[in-house]
Design a protein around this ligand. Structure first.
Ligand SMILES: NC(=O)c1ccc[n+]([C@@H]2O[C@H](COP(=O)([O-])OP(=O)(O)OC[C@H]3O[C@@H](n4cnc5c(N)ncnc54)[C@H](OP(=O)(O)O)[C@@H]3O)[C@@H](O)[C@H]2O)c1
Length: 295
């Protein structure tokens, strides 16, 4: 099946493409392939001219702290233009061409005041980035049945390209012997991107619609996650320092404090999500085998 998508050169998109090719054939519209999302008419012409039944909309302004700094610019901010206005253009194109639309969203749409969140819970984002992504969700939902929204959290993978995921940022600090401060009273549910790729295959095949959470099997604190990274990658002397959420995020864009996302809907489709520890183990093995094959 042909799929046309935005942002397939990014951290998440590039791994999904490599995991799902050649079962699916992808066309990427991102800056890397010469497309700017803000060129609405070129994006429209290209998607309209494609025979692909699905549009995968992965592209976003993903710099959470950068977005926060421009929140006073409201609808003139780059984050709003990319995450909301460009999404609206894509929704309109999908409406006019009767294509199905997959939109990747985030746990940052939630405020983190509940113990858990399922797909039907009402978002209330704390950060400007979260707000722009939620506005994108609402626009995508206006499409009705052809709309599929997948919320992910802190995605990680082997051999990240472009920007580093949080696991590799931690590894870089561990390798340099630098301290890593991590909250002990925050919960997140990091998405192993290979799980997302598998889930996507199931969802596309089932022509799924609505909202799905594709996250870790269980929630974990960032402190526990850092300890897991140190253990899995054998950094036994890693300097992982416990801090509190309020201390760590003082003056920064806030993530939800408790982002324990439930994932019952994707479980029913037969997708096995992994714990953070299992995902990390798979990442280490994949990196070891790619290192051996290069060597
Ligand atoms: N990373 C996270 O922690 C996280 C967490 C939850 C949800 N998500 C969501 O997951 C999706 C993928 O995120 P990611 O981490 O893979 O992002 P990423 O690595 O920052 O990649 C963003 C992608 O969007 C493209 N893009 C951005 N602005 C563009 C523009 N004006 N015109 C054309 N292309 C543009 C980039 O293209 P170029 O590289 O070619 O410029 C790149 O392919 C996003 O929707 C994000 O909101 C991410």
């Amino acid at each position: 099946m042909d799929i046309i998508g935005t942002g397939l050169s990014g951290l998440v998109g590039s791994r999904v493409v490599s995991q799902l090719s050649p079962k699916f054939s992808f066309t990427d519209l991102s800056k890397e392939t010469g497309f700017d999302l803000m060129d609405f008419s070129r994006i429209r012409t290209t998607i309209t001219g494609s025979t692909a039944p699905w549009v995968f909309h992965f592209a976003a302004y993903t710099d959470v702290q950068g977005a926060e700094q421009e929140k006073d610019q409201k609808e003139q901010s780059i984050s709003w233009k990319v995450n909301v206005s460009a999404t609206e253009n894509i929704v309109n194109i999908c409406h006019d061409t009767e294509k199905r639309l997959l939109y990747i969203s985030t746990d940052y749409v939630f405020d983190g005041t509940q113990d858990t969140y399922d797909e039907n819970d009402t978002p209330n984002p704390l950060s400007w980035y979260g707000k722009t992504k939620y506005e994108g969700e609402k626009l995508v939902q206006t499409l009705g049945p052809p709309a599929l929204i997948i919320r992910i959290a802190n995605p990680y993978r082997s051999n990240p390209v472009g920007k580093m995921d949080f696991v590799h940022k931690m590894l870089e600090r561990m390798q340099s012997g630098l301290e890593i401060q991590t909250p002990t009273d925050q919960i997140f549910s990091p998405t192993y991107i290979d799980d997302l790729a598998f889930a996507l295959e199931k969802l596309i095949t089932a022509k799924a619609r609505g909202i799905y959470h594709v996250v870790a099997l269980n929630g974990i604190t960032p402190y526990e996650a850092a300890r897991c990274v140190a253990e899995e990658f054998r950094f036994h002397n890693a300097l992982v320092t416990p801090v509190l959420y309020d201390q760590y995020f003082s003056g920064k864009a806030l993530p939800p404090k408790h982002a324990h996302l439930k994932h019952g809907k994707i479980d029913v489709l037969g997708v096995t999500l992994h714990t953070f520890g299992e995902g990390l183990n798979a990442v280490r093995r994949q990196e070891l085998s790619s290192f051996r094959s290069v060597g």
